[in-house]
Design a protein around this ligand. Structure first.
Ligand code: SPV
Ligand code: MG
Length: 294
């Protein structure tokens, strides 16, 4: 029988294949399972939502080993490949080396690092966030690629030039340098409500390497236009956490107001559903095999 494709190879295939791929945000083991159940072929382990789910800001308040712990739960919970938001790489080239080695050990298929400075903050906060020096960031990329212990591990370099107010030329120049330094794909980020700068970038970039985008702010752009523009991968970056915030808030408010569960019981997942998602059926089978018969 054919050997099962590794998660590293699966992510590499998603990112490099000519067809448009989608990564869905998850922030813990449960949300990773829900991504898989929905039919997605890969997970985006978002820095914003992983932080928020821990009650923290997207400012490297969770340490990189705490992020690694969350990733371990996510990897255990799903068979899907995971692309982790590595923020800036948690420091300089040396921190990136150790981070990438640990990701490979835990079966995390790829990392995205952005050309900013540690500690970072979310790209949608403020204006003109300072960018990393190009040569220094290329060192982080090279160090990451030299540290991967699986050939198919994917390193995505994220260009923040447009979002921090620099020119299209600067964005293209940075992407070219990061590509030359060994990045497997470029994430070109934008916070405009329209995708014009994404389309211009994609056209001028051509097919030098796969392009990844995050249409959080230009959400109204039809997906087919990204397909026609030759985009490789779309990240739906934060929508499971946002959906759960809305649902949790409404449920908490109702129970608080009513001092009763009557109004919520019909609209929340059943306890049985929790057991199913947690895999209790497998445990029952295992008990038959391993516990002495009574
Ligand atoms: C994240 O999901 O943490 C990201 C995408 O990095 S963004 O929030 O758009 O910066
Ligand atoms: Mg992030």
């Amino acid at each position: 029988s054919r050997r099962k494709e590794s998660r590293f190879a699966a992510l590499r295939r998603e990112i490099t294949s000519p067809t448009l791929s989608f990564l869905m945000e998850a922030h813990d083991g449960l949300s990773a399972k829900i991504v898989e159940e929905a039919g997605f072929r890969g997970v985006w382990a978002s820095g914003l939502t992983t932080s928020a789910a821990l009650g923290l800001r997207d400012s490297n308040e969770a340490s990189w080993t705490q992020v690694l712990d969350v990733l371990e739960y996510m990897a255990d919970a799903t068979t899907l490949p995971i692309l982790v938001d590595g923020d800036t790489g948690h420091g300089n080239f040396n921190n990136v080396r150790r981070f990438v080695r640990k990701l490979c050990e835990r079966g995390i298929a790829g990392v995205c690092i952005e050309d900013k400075l540690f500690p970072k903050t979310n790209s949608f906060i403020g204006e003109a966030q300072p960018l990393a020096d190009i040569d220094e960031f290329c060192g982080r990329i090279k160090a990451g690629k030299d540290s991967q212990t699986d050939d198919d591990f994917v390193l995505v370099a994220r260009v923040e030039a447009l979002i921090s107010g620099h020119s299209m030329e600067e964005a293209l120049h940075r992407a070219e340098r990061y590509h030359a330094a060994g990045a497997d794909a470029i994430l070109i980020h934008s916070k405009k409500a329209k995708a014009d700068e994404i389309f211009t970038f994609a056209e001028r970039w051509g097919n030098r390497c796969p392009l990844v985008i995050v249409p959080t702010m230009y959400y109204a752009t039809p997906t087919d236009l990204f397909r026609q523009a030759g985009i490789s991968t779309i990240i739906w970056a934060n929508h499971l956490l946002r959906a759960s915030i809305t649902a949790m808030r409404e449920t908490a408010a109702r129970i608080h107001e009513d001092e009763s569960l009557m109004r919520v019981e019909g609209s929340v997942a059943s306890v049985k559903d929790i057991f199913r998602l947690a895999g209790n059926a497998e445990l029952e089978d295992a008990e038959k095999r391993y516990l002495p018969a009574r």
